[in-house]
Design a protein around this ligand. Structure first.
Ligand code: SOE
Length: 395
């Protein structure tokens, strides 16, 4: 039995489920140097909390995060709450000497993100992680290896878009549509992922952002639990009430990287027909790579040095154990993995890092995610002032 890592997970909703599943599965598929132990789940919805703990195998549940993050048995605090809570919870956990894994984006605001980065720097014995889990999807992981090995040579273009469609006019006014809770809309939620992926795969930093456009198409949304279908058959539908959405439904921007690469980024939640289309294409002097997370086991590779009539994009199914990152832990040749597995892969790497071992691929920590947050901020300023913003202006 390897050394246990007792986990407290803050958040019992969407990410609460994704992370619970990952902690549950990681040691079934990977030989881990530290064993995740599902010690405590923390949430505000007491009625749902006991069944949640029972379903996922959490040993304890609580509604008081301040006590749990200080509990002497806890080693790792996982902050999976809405963005506005990240700073207070992560800083408290770091002050209590815990390791922290925080959901993305690092925070809703640059100020909060800075507090977190500084708290992490002070907590010398704590490790921090940020759940930019798509780094660990099969195609992105192989793209990282190819690009870092020089297969596409000097990089000219980064073309990144994250297109979703779930936020039409009927989508209720959940926290993701409120600036005070989320910080921004599609931008912080989705551009954060593709900024992280672009920085990760290229190894380059963005030095200037320009041409940013942010738009809110749906300014009024139904309040949760109002409008729509009747809750009980035969009863009247609840009266529809609306509230204001004050975040972007889409944000687009252009970027210059330090090494001369140019990039375009687009995030939207209202691109009908695109469910979870997180796509990246890189074009370099020797070739190109591209992928979309809607087909996350496939990396497309173009080798510019090839000649002849059969020259073209090569489809690589990234499921070969020994060749492709993480493939050896799963089902083998040709059997793809999906959304949930990117979280499992990340737990495996976090356990390696906590045991002092090298993760399969580098993990984002608070410092790294702070750099992504600076780009998020630069694009927001570029959109607001209709101007180019240098990253040196964003501290
Ligand atoms: C919602 O847009 C969301 O769940 C994001 O918050 C996640 O980060 C992304 O992985 C999927 O879409």
């Amino acid at each position: 039995m390897t050394e246990p890592c007792n986990i407290a997970l803050l958040g019992q909703k969407f990410m609460g489920r994704a992370h619970s599943n990952a902690y549950l599965k990681a040691s079934r598929f990977f030989n881990l140097p530290r064993s995740p132990v599902m010690h405590s789940i923390v949430g505000l919805d007491l009625i749902a909390l006991a069944p949640f703990a029972d379903r996922w195998g959490w040993q304890n549940y609580s509604t008081t995060w301040k006590d749990v993050v200080k509990h002497p048995d806890i080693h790792l605090v996982d902050v999976s709450t809405p963005n506005y809570m990240h700073a207070e919870q992560a800083c408290a956990a770091l002050a209590a000497g815990k390791h922290v894994a925080c959901e993305k984006p690092l925070a809703g605001t640059l100020r909060d993100a800075r507090l977190m980065k500084n708290a992490a720097a002070r907590a010398r014995r704590s490790k921090t992680f940020v759940w930019y889990n798509y780094r660990r999807s099969p195609a992105a992981a192989l793209a990282y290896r190819f690009v870092r090995a020089g297969r596409i040579g000097r990089i000219y273009h980064v073309r990144a878009s994250y297109l979703q469609s779930w936020a039409g006019p009927d989508a209720p006014l959940v926290w993701r549509f409120q600036k005070k809770y989320a910080g921004s809309g599609a931008h912080g939620d989705l551009n954060s992922h593709i900024i992280d992926l672009a920085r990760f795969i290229t190894g380059q930093e963005i030095i200037e952002v320009s041409g940013a456009l942010a738009e809110t198409f749906v300014v009024e949304r139904p309040l949760p639990g109002t409008g729509g279908k009747p809750m009980i058959a035969g009863s009247l539908p609840p009266k529809k009430q609306v509230g204001k959405s004050d975040v972007d439904d889409c944000t687009l921007f252009l970027a210059r990287f330090k090494e001369g690469t140019v990039g375009s980024f687009e995030a939207t939640r209202v691109a009908a027909g695109h469910e979870d289309d997180n796509s990246l294409e890189l074009n370099g002097e020797l070739g190109s790579v591209r992928f979309s997370l809607e087909d996350m086991n496939v990396l497309w590779y173009f080798d510019r040095r090839e000649t002849g009539a059969a020259t073209g994009w090569r489809k690589i199914v990234c499921t070969t154990p020994g060749e492709h990152p993480y493939a050896g832990a799963w089902w083998g040749e040709g059997r793809g993995i999906g959304y949930e597995h990117t979280y499992v892969n990340m737990v495996a790497d976090m356990m390696a890092a906590l045991a002092g071992e090298e993760p399969t691929l580098p993990l984002p920590d608070f410092n790294d995610a702070y750099e992504t947050q600076r780009v998020i901020e630069a694009a927001m300023l570029s959109a607001k002032h209709r101007a180019a913003v240098k990253l040196t202006e964003i501290k």
